[in-house]
Design a protein around this ligand. Structure first.
Ligand code: NAD
Length: 264
């Protein structure tokens, strides 16, 4: 069955990373539904192939790529694939990321830090580096990165994770300035707690202890978010509806970062 969207990305060529699961999968599916030709990227081949199958089942156009977002040659290849196979590049959603878990400070190795920074911060940097010249040449384009409320507030994630996400917020602000005059917009989405592959252990533990209902209680909306609610913000930022939105980071967290004690 073909499900029609509203055409908010009609005719656009988009790359979405981390498209094999959670927020990236929901976004790749939504972008295609809204008319984009999508290059879906994930390091887990089966997972991204499954996302591509979902998009094709909706009648969408998609290429599925297994690649590591922290590897510069791979990033060049999947960015160029959009140009070669879909005829251009209008949108990049640099979303792939890892949490790294919660490791006590004294046990955090340099290698542990470097791997989190490589994927969460260098990944979006490489996407901006290689997508922006293509977009600048045409005079427009939208790059969206996934940061986190952990990048906005202390005590919402592990140390290198939070530092990497604060880095993503600085990356979008500074890139918007670096790309002065090019017509390329760069923004970030900062999700709150969303049930995905990344946060599954939190929810599984709570279910095992029978405390699942408590996880969302701190949130003013009294619930956690779902990937589609982040995808909706990424869609808005990717689309021409956000044509004057640039260099910003938006919390999509039900109000948690404004109201929880960690907001101070
Ligand atoms: P997820 O684990 O469900 O999805 C992340 C996807 O990224 C996975 O499919 C994984 O294989 C892929 N990936 C990881 N490293 C990669 C690499 N080097 N190259 C290519 N693909 C890679 O998690 P999610 O929650 O959907 O995470 C998406 C983004 O949202 C991440 O940047 C994460 O930090 C951010 N985020 C998530 C939450 C949350 O509560 N789930 C909150 C704030 C921010």
């Amino acid at each position: 069955m073909t499900v029609a969207g509203k055409g908010r990305l009609s005719g656009k060529r988009a790359v979405v990373t981390g498209a094999g699961s959670g927020i990236g999968r929901a976004s790749a599916v939504l972008f295609a539904l809204e008319g984009a030709s999508v290059v879906a990227v994930d390091r887990v081949e089966d997972a991204v192939d499954e996302t591509a199958a979902m998009i094709r089942a909706n009648g969408g156009t998609v290429l599925s790529v297994a690649a590591d977002v922290g590897d510069e040659e791979s990033v060049k290849t999947f960015i160029n694939l959009s140009v070669e196979k879909h005829g251009g590049l209008d949108v990049v959603y640099a979303n792939a990321g890892i949490s790294g878990g919660l490791v006590p400070l004294g046990e955090q190795s340099v290698e542990y830090w470097l791997e989190i920074l490589r994927i969460n911060l260098i990944g979006p940097f490489l996407a901006i580096k290689h997508a922006s010249p293509i977009m600048a040449k045409q005079g427009f384009g939208s790059i969206v990165c996934t940061a986190s409320v952990a990048g906005l507030r202390a005590n919402a994630g592990g140390l290198p994770y939070s530092a990497s996400k604060a880095g993503v917020i600085s990356l979008v602000q500074t890139s918007a300035n670096e790309l002065y005059g090019t017509g390329v917009r760069v923004n970030a989405v900062c999700p709150g707690l969303i049930e995905t592959g990344m946060t599954k252990p939190i929810f599984d533990n709570a279910r095992a202890r029978g405390t699942e209902g408590k996880i969302g209680q701190l949130n003013p909306l009294k619930r956690n978010g779902v990937p589609e609610e982040i995808a909706n913000m990424a869609l808005f930022l990717a689309s021409d509806e956000a044509s004057y939105v640039n260099g910003q980071a938006f919390a999509v967290d039900g109000g948690l970062s404004s109201t929880h004690p960690f907001s101070g």
